[in-house]
Design a binder for this molecule. Structure first.
Ligand SMILES: Cc1ncc(COP(=O)(O)O)c(C=O)c1O
Length: 374
C-alpha cells in the first residue's frame, strides 16, 4: 500500500515509558497524560487548530492533533498497539474496507453489527469486493471458508457479535489466517481491551466504536483502529490523512475523559449484567438469555416481536434507545431495524446494562415482564 500524502507520518509511541509495566486499570487513568510540569494542566487540553506553525511534525489539522495524540496513546497502551482515531466506528470500518484490494474477499460474521455488514454489502454491490458471511463461532467452518477462497484478503471478526453475542476463537482463527496470508481485524467494541486484547491473540488490527464503552456516556461519536504492525499503521494513517474522516478535538477529549473511568464503569456494568442474566433466565416470559459470560450486553429472547415491543415500552428506568455502552441502561428489539439479519429472532431484545443499582434495574424490568400476556 502506498502513502498518498506528501508529508511524513508522525511517530507516535505505543505507550509512554512511564506506563510500562502498569496494570490496565492504572494505564486507563495515566496513559497519554502530559508530563508533570508546574503550572501546566494535569490533563490534556482540547487543542482547536486547523493548522500549525510550520515546519514541524503536525503541519495541518487533518494530519494530527495533540488531543488525538493523548487519546491514541491511552487506547494504544490498553490494546498493545498504536491507535488512530476516526469520526465514528463506521468511518474506521469503511476506511479499512477501502484498503482491501479490488476483488478481494472479506469473510465476516453473519451476525456482525448490521452497519458493518451494510458497508460490506455496498462494496460488494459496486463490484469492489466479495464477501462470505459465516457463523464466527464455528471455527472449522470459518477456516474452511478462508482456505477454499484464494482471494480471501481480510477476516473480519466481531466477538462477541452484535447482537447475537456469539464468541469467536480468536487465537485459532488468527493463526490459520496468518498461515494463509489473510489479515485479521477484530471489532472489540463489546469486550473492550479490558476483557479481550485481540492483538495479543494474533489479530492484526482492532476496531472500536469508541462511541460505546470507551467514551461511555452516550454523548459522542468516535471510532478507532489499533495495530502493532508498522506497515499497517502507516497505510491506515496515510489513508486517514488523505480522506479526512477524522474526529473533532472536542469529541476525542470527551472520549479520553470517558476512557479514564472505563475500568470502574465496566466492572459495575458487568456485575449488573451477570445478575440480570441469572434473574431473567428464571422469568417465565423469557425463552432464552444470551450472555457470553463477559461484558455488559445481554440478549434475552421473548416469545414474539409483540412481547418484545411491549417490554421496551413498559419501563421507566430502562430507556428504549439504540446504541450501547453508556452509563445508563438502554434496550431495543433489534429486528425493528430492516437491515438486521433475518436469522436474529424477532423477539430478541439487546440490553446494554448500565451502572445503576441492580435492584432498581430488576424491579423496573420485572414489573414490565410481569405485565406481558402469557
Ligand atoms: C460492534 C459495533 N461496531 C461498530 C459500530 C459502528 O460504530 P459507530 O456507530 O461509532 O459508527 C457499532 C455501532 O453500533 C457497533 O455496535
Amino acid at each position: 500500500m502506498t502513502d498518498p500524502t506528501p508529508h511524513t507520518a508522525r511517530s507516535v509511541s505505543p505507550a509512554t515509558e512511564r506506563d510500562h509495566g502498569l496494570r490496565p486499570n492504572t494505564v486507563a487513568v495515566t496513559a497519554g497524560r502530559p508530563r508533570h510540569v508546574p503550572d501546566q494542566p494535569l490533563n490534556t487540553p482540547i487543542t482547536m487548530a486547523s493548522t500549525y506553525v510550520a515546519a514541524g511534525d503536525l503541519e495541518y489539522g487533518r494530519y494530527g492533533n495533540p488531543t488525538w495524540d493523548a487519546f491514541e496513546e491511552a487506547l494504544g497502551a490498553l490494546e498493545g498497539g498504536r491507535a488512530l482515531t476516526f469520526g465514528s466506528g463506521m468511518a474506521a470500518a469503511s476506511l479499512l474496507l477501502d484498503l482491501v484490494g479490488d476483488g478481494g474477499t472479506v469473510i465476516a460474521p453473519r451476525h456482525a453489527y448490521q452497519g458493518s455488514l451494510v458497508a460490506l454489502g455496498d462494496a460488494e454491490m459496486r463490484g469492489r469486493l466479495r464477501s462470505t458471511l459465516v457463523d464466527i463461532s464455528d471455527t472449522d467452518a470459518v477456516i474452511a471458508a478462508m482456505t477454499e477462497d484464494e482471494d480471501t484478503a481480510l477476516l473480519w471478526i466481531e466477538s462477541p457479535t452484535n447482537p447475537a453475542l456469539e464468541v469467536a476463537d480468536i487465537p485459532r482463527l488468527a493463526a490459520a489466517a496468518r498461515e494463509l496470508g489473510v489479515r485479521v481485524v477484530v471489532d472489540n467494541t463489546f469486550a473492550t481491551p479490558l476483557l479481550q486484547k485481540p492483538l495479543e491473540l494474533g489479530a492484526d488490527i482492532v476496531l472500536h466504536s469508541a462511541t460505546k464503552y470507551i467514551a461511555g456516556h452516550s454523548d459522542v461519536l468516535l471510532g478507532a483502529l489499533v495495530t502493532d504492525d508498522d506497515e499497517i499503521y502507516g497505510a491506515l494513517k496515510a489513508r486517514r490523512d488523505m480522506v479526512g474522516n477524522s474526529a473533532g478535538p472536542f469529541e476525542v477529549w470527551l472520549a479520553l475523559r470517558g476512557l479514564r473511568t472505563l475500568p470502574v464503569r465496566l466492572e459495575r456494568a458487568q456485575q449488573n449484567a451477570q445478575e440480570l442474566a441469572r434473574r431473567l433466565a428464571d422469568h417465565p416470559a423469557i425463552e432464552e438469555v444470551r450472555y457470553p459470560g463477559m461484558g455488559a450486553i445481554l440478549a434475552p429472547v421473548l416469545a414474539s416481536a409483540d412481547h418484545a415491543d411491549l417490554l421496551v415500552r413498559s419501563t421507566a428506568l430502562w430507556v428504549h434507545a439504540t446504541s450501547l455502552g453508556g452509563v445508563e441502561s438502554t434496550f431495543e428489539r433489534r429486528r425493528r431495524w430492516k437491515t438486521e439479519a433475518s436469522t436474529i429472532p424477532e423477539g430478541l431484545v439487546r440490553m446494554s446494562v448500565g451502572i445503576e443499582d441492580v435492584e432498581d434495574l430488576w424491579a423496573d424490568l420485572a414489573q414490565a415482564l410481569d405485565q406481558l400476556p402469557r
